[in-house]
Design a protein around this ligand. Sequence first.
Ligand SMILES: C[S@@+](CC[C@H](N)C(=O)[O-])C[C@H]1O[C@@H](n2cnc3c(N)ncnc32)[C@H](O)[C@@H]1O
Length: 358
Amino acid sequence: MPDPTPPSPTRLTELPAPVISEERATVYLGDAVELLLLLPESSIDALVTDPPYGLSFNGHSWDDASGFRESLPHIDTSAMSAPEVFETWCTAWAAGALHALKPGAYVAAFGGARTWHRMVRGIENAGFEIRDQIAWLHTTGMPKSMDLAHAIDKHHGAHRADRIVQTADHDGVLGATRTVLSRGTPVTDDAQRWDGWGTALRPAFEPIIIARKPLEGTVVRNVLEHGVGGINIDGARFADDRWPTNIAFDQRQADALDMLTGTWQGESLSRKFPIFRFDHKPGAAERPRAFGVSHSTVKPLGLMRWLVTLVTPRQGLVLEPFSGSGTTLQAAIETHCRVVGVEKDPSFIPLIRSRLEK
Ligand SMILES: C[S@@+](CC[C@H](N)C(=O)[O-])C[C@H]1O[C@@H](n2cnc3c(N)ncnc32)[C@H](O)[C@@H]1O
């Protein structure tokens, strides 16, 4: 694997002026791969981040190989496959994070179910120790599956008279723009044979990787010297003071679990896990909109608050290299921390500003 860290001569040699500079939040506009290496060394207490998953989400270039290649002008990626480019890019931002984090500082990073293995390798390649993985279970994901039988009918030019599709008038951010109300009856023999077959499961979990910058000495020595190295068990307890788990639910997923399992030793099973009382996709009140722009991959604020609490020391400094609409930044401030954010797309900066004004 090529070394992703040496900057090319045309790259920045010092941090640009921040686009937001407040008492508890500093935000830089630019590329995280470039900027993290310019942050003061060993200055950050925790990395809590929701990076691109490398899934070309909604066709966004920030989530596909072209965007990742742009971040890596100093590396020849021409012979690499898209997953290899993604892994190299993850190694590059993680190398910047390793530079900026204090020894023993924790990382909590979201990944996509199909691509997180590349991100984990990237984080590990950069020098972090992989500690755990939290499964964030939710109910509102939509399957992106091809209806094989319908596709076969279309391929043969056969039209289904009884197929009913509803087209929604919203922008698709909160759900599907086309809903198949009735699949209709397969027309061709081939379609009949493949009726009921698809290509994808309904997404119901997202992994959150927990990693740590190597300690200097023992945990105790590192904690006393650098103020980081442990996780905040008591701060992240939930429901009757339970130990935080590496599974978290949304409310509907918890209700579904209880319906299936009933009670055990006099209580519902879901009480054993942290539950965030909102949907996987936050509603309009949690999604900032400024100058007609909104963000399509907004994370739930309560989940981000829980993660910040788990990995950040009291009043610590959090880094979010992929700020988007600023959810992690708001969560950090609401948990009495300070935060440094980076975002590459200038159109999202007003969204971050509107959150910080709250
Ligand atoms: C998954 S979204 C984050 C969404 C955020 N968690 C929220 O709740 O609004 C990832 C963000 O990273 C930004 N991004 C992508 N590549 C970047 C890079 N190289 N440097 C900085 N930001 C980048 C994208 O513009 C996008 O806003």
